[in-house]
Design a protein around this ligand. Structure first.
Ligand SMILES: [Zn+2]
Length: 105
């Protein structure tokens, strides 16, 4: 099974069925290990749907914009609250989005 690439693209865009599957993988692993949010380090209620603010979403530990080749790499995925995921990248300075999110300030 091979993803059909768009013109010139070497990495399939994030989204669709594959992204859904990726989220399912992250949620299953997170639920099993009780993994905290990779952004705020607080517990995640994995029973919540991913559409609510406290639900689990998939966070790219290294941003897709700067590391597109890591888009589909399992080790680059972590669980994050939807609200954390959505605020991540918006309040940060340009070029600052590749820092390790667990760094102390
Ligand atoms: Zn969080």
């Amino acid at each position: 099974m091979k993803a059909r690439l768009e013109t010139g693209a070497t990495v399939p865009a994030w989204g669709g069925r594959r992204a859904q599957d990726a989220l399912a993988v992250v949620k299953a692993a997170g639920r099993k290990a009780n993994t905290p949010c990779c952004i705020c380090d607080q517990d995640i209620d994995y029973s919540l749907p991913s559409t609510v603010p406290d639900g689990c979403t998939l966070q790219h530990l290294k941003s897709r914009s700067r590391f597109p080749h890591l888009t589909w790499v399992r080790s680059n995925w972590g669980p994050a609250h939807k609200r954390c995921n959505e605020s991540d990248g918006k309040g940060k300075a340009p070029g600052d989005d590749d820092r390790v999110v667990t760094d102390d300030f």
